[in-house]
Design a protein around this ligand. Structure first.
Ligand SMILES: N[C@@H](CCC(=O)N[C@@H](CS)C(=O)NCC(=O)O)C(=O)O
Length: 229
């Protein structure tokens, strides 16, 4: 059976989990400890997830994985060939990434996903680029202010005619790779205390969730052990 190695919080991993759900593919879900360098390096030569294994094959780019899974292009993968639209989406995702990751990383780090060892590794690694996590929390209002106009762009994109047919009628057959790329990238904000998406974005995300049978945290609660804080 195909197996997905992933980090629960990682937007690129969520992309693949959403695609697997939308395609109705059964898979072995393997959340990985963030400090485990050996497993991804043994599989693909570098420490980067998601990784999907399928018999002898090990793939580690989210879009390559989805192309491999969706050979019939049910997720309208032809959209990836429209360079202008793809560049526009990827540019927005990268601008969203900075405030979302600055806001969410300190909270992701204290979910059950992270053992104390994994948390130390994560905080140390991510602080190099972003600065100390306590400063990220102290500066949260700055990042929330940065995020507001970007989420307005997301809302405009969702409402625009050419980006998503799914957003209009929430028909599963209209769900595309663009819906998955956008949703997986902003999903993490659900963890940020007291943050609320606009009604338009929340409704869109919840419909994507349904179409993808996506459950963000379920892997962490398969057994009854308490959070490893
Ligand atoms: N282009 C890759 C990006 C994947 C990626 O950036 N993964 C991050 C997690 S969000 C990672 O594995 N980072 C390893 C690390 O920071 O140690 C994809 O689309 O799959």
């Amino acid at each position: 059976m195909i197996k997905l190695y992933h980090y629960i919080h990682c937007p690129f991993c969520i992309r693949v989990r959403m695609a697997l759900g939308a395609l109705g593919k059964k898979f072995i879900s393997q959340p990985l400890d963030y400090h485990d360098e050996k497993t991804p390096i043994d599989l693909c030569g570098k420490k980067m997830l998601p990784i999907l294994t399928d018999n002898e094959l090990a793939l580690n780019e989210s879009l390559d994985i989805i192309k491999h899974l969706d050979s019939e292009s049910s997720l309208h993968l032809d959209k990836l060939n429209h360079e202008k639209d793809l560049n526009q989406l990827e540019d927005l995702l990268s601008r969203l990434g900075k405030p979302i990751h600055n806001l969410c990383m300190p909270y992701w780090a204290y979910t059950k996903e992270f053992t104390p060892e994994a948390r130390n590794y994560f905080i140390q690694k991510k602080s190099v680029k972003r600065g100390p996590f306590e400063k990220l929390i102290q500066n949260k209002n700055t990042f929330l202010q940065e995020l507001t106009p970007l989420l307005k762009e997301v809302e405009d994109l969702i409402k625009s005619d050419d980006f998503s047919s799914f957003a209009k009628g929430h028909k599963k057959e209209d769900l595309s790779i663009f819906d998955i790329m956008l949703s997986s990238h902003i999903w993490g904000m659900y963890i940020f205390p007291e943050f609320q998406f606009s009604e338009t974005i929340h409704t869109y995300l919840q419909n994507v969730k349904m179409a993808c049978e996506f459950e963000y945290h379920e892997d962490l609660w398969k057994d009854s052990s308490p959070p490893n804080l």
